[in-house]
Design a protein around this ligand. Structure first.
Ligand code: ADP
Ligand code: MG
Length: 586
């Protein structure tokens, strides 16, 4: 309710502002609103998903020119040109996204700069677009015959879109798709292992940011009633990025904050500095640059987190109310063939990490996979789960060949995993991290998320996540940031996330590492209980005592090859194993 209170106060402020402040500031607020829309796209694209774009001004420009040409040359009504603007920015975003999103890291950012430069010169050189002098006499937007041509009328038009976009962005990030987007930056492999199509999601996020920039461009053209290439140069793109970073690139409200601070600062410096130096010139850009370096140095995460430390804390989150349980998949009967590896080989250059490994696993058993460090255990996990492709050999899961299947296909078949190196989105809460596990059990998309029409499904997903966290004993930590838990508990969070997928087969890579004795006992107890419920578990573990007590059978690998397999007692008695592996432990 507190959140709604804050939103209501913000709405009242937005609604009353033009009535109480001078026209000059209303105009300034219009620019802030326009910049907030673009920056909001960047917050999601860059701050959350980690895709750095210097080219958002190009989308603003494409939309501004589209509406200018349609409205001035062809006399089309602005509301119709809005649809054209969004269609054309979407097409440009899809095209550019399809080309550049395959590039990684810096290359992607560099290509957005190149694209920004190209578009700027295109605007400046096309006679149809008025070359460098631009297009003027763009009509204002009218609403049921009412011309929105004064500063405060434009204000309301712009800010209705800004408020709607802010709320929609917040809804988006707090949803099934939003959690997947928040995993894109550092946790793509994890997200794929729970069925997220990260490549498509990146395109969606790119498109989303392009559309917000396009909306801003349409509003800009009809507010200023004039467009020229100068507003869409690369420096504008850098300004937008600054706004996102300064505001606090991973928070929705940071977009508003960054756009406000930078727009006002620029305006203020533009007047102040020439007066100080007693001569005209673009000093503000110099001072601005220096300030930026200083601010980035002092507040890496932008102003929003610093501000939220000062402001009163938000509402205490409450446990998700009980919702109807999600559908569960049919499980194979205990004792049937589940997984078979036949002659599996994986090479990394000259190193043979997995060499002709074969073993089988029945449904309902806990199979331990042991071997010294570097033996190839994690590589085997990555082969089974589709992270890596094998060089030879076959993998059968429930009677079907899956050695060429992608991570997502494997996830869909009911294989779920934990990672040796904890793979959580550390800034996201524990319950949200766990809910990623249930990604494939929901189906709502980005639009439903923005409109928050997926409430029922969202409640089910969060209730399931809470249930799994209760099951592993972390029910009291739902709303803590995952990264703030001790490492041992983070491993347990990974187990809850894997369980959230309702798996047939659970793969765990050293789940007991970093756990204290009592925690290990609790984990063993949990795994026994899971087996009792018909779960099949493939377990990589170092702690012999832990493994020997727990597993039904063991497979031992060393230097990528299978050394032995059998019951725990047989393995303990096996001379080759004692020599290669257990020797040092006894
Ligand atoms: P384990 O999990 O049994 O400790 P791994 O499967 O992680 O062992 O590693 C097996 C061998 O393969 C090691 O020698 C490791 O250095 C190597 N290796 C693992 N992943 C890669 C990779 N992506 N590229 C190159 N070598 C790798
Ligand atoms: Mg390993």
């Amino acid at each position: 309710m507190r959140r709604h209170g804050a939103l209501f106060a913000f709405l009242v402020m937005v609604a009353l502002a033009p009535l109480v402040i001078p026209p000059f500031y209303v105009t300034l607020l219009n620019y802030i609103g326009l910049a907030t829309l673009v920056t909001l796209g960047l917050v999601v694209l860059t701050g959350v998903a980690g895709i750095v774009s210097f080219g958002q001004q190009a989308f603003v420009g494409i939309a501004a020119y589209t509406t200018a040409v349609l409205a001035v040359v062809l006399g089309v009504s602005p509301w119709l040109t809005l649809l054209a603007c969004l269609a054309i920015t979407a097409a440009a975003g899809l095209l550019l996204g399809a080309i550049t999103l395959r590039l990684s890291g810096h290359y992607l950012s560099i290509s957005t700069i190149a694209w920004g430069i190209a578009i700027y010169y295109l605007f400046g050189n096309l006679p149809l677009l008025g070359q460098y002098s631009g297009i003027d006499n763009i009509p204002s937007v009218s609403l049921f015959g009412w011309e929105l041509d004064s500063g405060s009328e434009s204000y309301y038009l712009i800010w209705v879109f800004v408020v709607a976009a802010l709320v929609a962005a917040k809804n988006l990030l707090d949803s099934r798709c939003g959690r997947a987007i928040r995993a894109l930056r550092f946790r793509s492999v994890m997200a794929e292992s729970f069925g997220v199509d990260t490549a498509s999601l990146k395109v969606v996020v790119f498109l989303y940011a392009a559309l917000l920039a396009g909306l801003s461009g349409w509003l800009y053209a009809h507010f200023l009633r004039f467009v020229s290439p100068h507003a869409f140069g690369v420096n504008a793109g850098i300004d937008y990025l600054f706004m996102a970073v300064i505001g606090g690139a991973s928070q929705v409200w940071g977009a508003l904050l960054g756009a406000s601070v930078l727009t006002m600062l620029k305006e203020w410096l533009k007047d102040l500095l020439p007066a100080m130096f007693q001569r005209t010139g673009n000093y503000e850009i110099v001072v601005f640059g220096v300030l930026m370096v200083f601010l980035l140095h002092r507040t890496r995460d932008g102003l929003a987190p610093a501000l939220s430390r000062i402001l009163p804390a938000g509402p205490a989150k409450s446990r998700p109310a009980d919702a109807p349980a999600l559908a569960r998949r049919a499980k194979p009967a205990s004792g049937t063939d589940l997984l078979a590896l036949r002659g599996l080989v994986k090479r990394f250059g000259g190193l043979v990490a997995v060499n002709d490994v074969s073993f089988e696993m029945k449904s309902g058993e806990i199979l331990g996979l042991i071997g010294p460090n570097g033996a190839g255990k994690s590589t085997l996990f990555n082969l089974i789960t589709g992270v890596l492709d094998s060089d030879a050999g076959a993998i059968e899961f429930r009677g079907e060949r899956v050695e060429r299947a992608t991570q997502r296909e494997i996830a869909r078949r009911g294989v779920s995993r934990t990672f040796q190196h904890v793979n959580l989105v550390s800034t996201m809460s524990v319950i949200e991290n766990v809910a990623i596990g249930a990604h494939l059990r929901g189906g709502s998309g980005t639009i439903a998320a923005m409109l928050h029409t997926e409430r029922a499904e969202e409640r089910q997903l969060l209730a399931e996540a809470a249930r799994q966290l209760d099951r592993v004993g972390l029910g009291d930590h739902l709303f803590e940031a995952a990264g703030s838990l001790p490492l041992g508990q983070q491993r347990i969070v990974e187990i809850a996330r894997a369980l959230c997928a309702d798996p047939v087969l659970l793969l765990m890579d050293e789940p007991a590492a970093g756990l204290r004795f009592a925690e290990k006992q609790a984990l063993a107890e949990l795994l026994r209980r899971l087996r009792g419920e018909g779960m099949s578990i493939l377990l990589v573990e170092h702690d012999m005592e832990f493994v020997m007590d727990l597993v039904d059978r063991l497979v031992v690998i060393d230097f990528g090859e299978k050394l032995a397999q059998g019951l725990p007692a047989e393995i303990q008695a096996n001379p080759a194993v004692r020599e290669a592996y257990l020797g040092g432990v006894e």
